[in-house]
Design a protein around this ligand. Structure first.
Ligand code: PEP
Ligand code: MN
Length: 343
């Protein structure tokens, strides 16, 4: 259920509404950024009596939210969620690019690519220190050493860091360096991890599970937002289908469907989505045309030598060409490519 109140409601009226919600063993959530003051309700809300809320002063409307997910739904909050990461805006009219290698491989490698991306105006560096690999014999990432390099890159180059957390034991170490914590496809339904990551109050990039429905993705986001952490970016990264010509099937249907049903920003990862580097630019452009708020793209100075995901990774020349095309596409969809400086 959702209670809409006058924007200038006296504090006491707001408190009365919250107290009544708590008396029903439910949790009130003041929802930021709405044109009216909205108080979302989670918990066993089937016992709530709508009329009891309608009688309270400053309450304008009481709405039943029909979707399974509540706080992330557009019914609950009509305005798009805008996320401010160290003064860089994500969502709204901004088109954000997160780029970098699949994994941190060495100090030199990450400094080199981060410096080049920064020169191109990219505000967010992606790179995994902990890598979830299908084979236990594959490169698992540099782990703590990788986080240490990321920390140095952030300090010396001045770029925001997006890096993945794999389990609860490393949340605080990852949260210390990450400006956005990445939750990967394999962990999308690790609910205990979602809750703990939500508690850090850091922005989260939540990737869609490879066999998850859009509704399941939104319900996973709800776990994070119910920890009062509204800074969630959803990410479509391709799903498993019968098709074998590509690594995954990038489900761009998810973009307009999520835009309609949720206020959270939606990004697309065309690298994992298609898995073949020379087709990544086409899918990146398609994602933006479909209405995505940003892209996360794998870029490496030498993809042939990459220790993971080299086949789907762009080199700097191809990435630069893609950025140029995106510059042209952005105004067509009423967006602005959010680069700090463009060559
Ligand atoms: C990645 O971004 O490198 C990654 C492992 O992604 P996903 O969780 O989507 O497979
Ligand atoms: Mn990867």
């Amino acid at each position: 259920m959702l209670i809409l109140m006058n924007l200038n409601s006296p504090r006491q009226d707001i408190q009365n509404v919250k107290d009544k919600i708590i008396s029903f063993n439910c949790t009130p959530h003041e929802i930021p950024g709405a044109s009216k003051l909205a108080i979302g309700i989670t918990g066993p809300s089937e016992h709530l009596i709508k009329e009891e809320f309608q009688l309270l002063s400053s309450v304008e409307e009481v709405i039943r939210v029909t979707k399974k997910y509540k706080l992330v739904s557009r019914q609950m909050k009509n305005d798009d969620t805008i996320i401010n990461v160290n003064e860089t805006i994500i969502g709204g009219n901004e088109l954000t690019i997160i780029a970098g290698p699949c994994a941190i491989e060495s100090r030199e490698q990450i400094f080199d690519i981060a410096g080049k991306l920064k020169e191109m105006g990219v505000n967010f560096l992606r790179a995994g220190a902990y890598k979830p690999r299908s084979s236990p014999y594959a490169f698992q990432g540099l782990k703590e050493k990788g986080l240490e390099y990321l920390c140095d890159v952030k300090r010396e180059i001045g770029i925001n860091i997006v890096t993945e957390v794999l389990d609860q034991s490393t949340i605080s170490a990852v949260a210390e360096v990450a400006d956005i914590i990445q939750l990967g496809a394999r962990n999308m339904q690790n609910y205990a991890l979602l809750e703990q990551v939500g508690k850090t109050q850091k922005p989260v990039l939540l990737k869609r599970g490879m066999s998850a429905t859009i509704e399941e993705l939104l319900l996973s986001a709800e776990y994070i937002v119910s920890q009062q952490n509204y800074n969630v970016i959803l990410c479509e990264r391709g799903i498993r289908t019968f098709e074998t010509a590509t690594r995954n099937t990038l489900d761009l249907n998810a973009v307009p469907v999520i835009k309609k049903n949720s206020h959270l920003p939606i990004f697309v990862d065309p690298s994992h989505g298609i898995g073949i580097w020379d087709k990544v630019p086409a899918m990146a452009m398609a994602a933006i045309a479909a209405g995505a708020d940003g892209l996360i793209i794998e870029v490496h100075t030498n993809p042939e030598k990459a220790l993971s995901d080299g086949l789907q990774t762009l080199n700097l020349t191809t990435f630069r060409e893609l950025i140029q095309k995106l510059q042209e596409l952005a105004p067509v969809v009423n967006k602005k490519l959010n680069l700090s400086k463009h060559e």
